[in-house]
Design a protein around this ligand. Structure first.
Ligand code: SAM
Length: 252
């Protein structure tokens, strides 16, 4: 079957790498697993072996019948022809895994972050550059919107790097595994406010936080929170962004 670029299809080929990913996922320890984008089943075979309830979410209609033929007889595996961006979690907690389609990785991560209370753990393959951005600490260039949004809800860990040759077709970029563990008690923040504040704060990276947020925050408020108005957005901690969002929510 020909891989569809529009669906971000790069299928894992390298058995040694697949084994390493499965060792990280530890499917046998989960209670309920969701795989996003099972594709032709590179990870799925190993996941299904654990015998744990496994839901497969695949958007490519052409892959549904093959997946059903391969896994349909296993009572604990269910195939869903669905867009992962529409996924609504209402039980769980789930172990969510997947070699994600790179073209929808960011919106999908945000979509899942909003449902983190249903997630026990997540292990994803992403573009390496994206993993670096998500895991970045304040003060480094890669720190941005995605770092703040995901670190608000998850402890984020960068794991093994995977070279392009591990896939077919071979992608142009390096890949990396990321592990996300939901925080036990995340700071209570209205997520729309957090998204809004972070979007505005990073609207112009070269500008100070004062300039980016001047329509909504006075210097006094910034200082009161503990932010120097002269700071650049990428130097401000997740905790401070949460406080900005709380303030914004309370006053707008
Ligand atoms: N897991 C397989 C592997 O590792 O070889 C396939 C990974 S491939 C990078 C991404 C998979 O996600 C493809 O099977 C693709 O059809 C599927 N996909 C793309 N967009 C999707 C969406 N919106 N929802 C669910 N699956 C999607």
């Amino acid at each position: 079957m020909r891989a569809k670029k529009s669906l971000g299809q790069n299928f894992l080929q390298d058995e040694a790498i697949i084994d390493q990913i499965i060792a990280l996922i530890r499917p046998d320890r989960a209670k309920n697993i969701i795989e996003i984008g099972p594709g032709t089943g590179a990870l799925t075979d190993h996941l299904a072996q654990a015998g744990v309830p496994l839901s497969l979410i695949e958007f490519d209609r052409d892959l549904i019948t093959p997946l059903e033929q391969r896994y349909g007889e296993k009572n604990h595996v269910t195939v869903y022809h669905q867009d992962a961006l529409q996924l609504q979690l209402n039980h769980g907690p789930y172990l969510i895994v997947g070699n994600l389609p790179y073209n929808i990785s960011s919106p999908l991560l945000i979509h899942l972050m909003k449902q983190s209370t249903h997630i026990e753990r997540a292990v994803f393959m992403l573009q390496k550059e994206l993993v670096q951005r998500i895991c970045a600490e304040p003060g480094v260039k890669a720190f941005g919107r995605l770092s703040v949004m995901l670190q608000h809800r998850f402890d984020c860990y960068a794991a093994l790097t995977v070279p392009p040759e591990a896939f077919k077709p071979i992608p142009k970029v390096d890949s990396q595994i990321i592990e996300l563990i939901p925080k036990q008690s995340p700071t209570e923040v209205d997520l729309n406010s957090l998204e809004f504040v972070v979007k505005q704060a990073f609207a112009q990276r070269r500008k100070t936080i004062r300039n980016n947020l001047k329509k909504w925050f006075s210097d006094d408020t910034l200082s009161h929170i503990g932010i120097d108005p002269q700071q650049r957005p990428e130097t401000i901690s997740v905790k401070h962004y949460e406080q900005l969002a709380q303030h914004h929510h309370a006053h707008h």
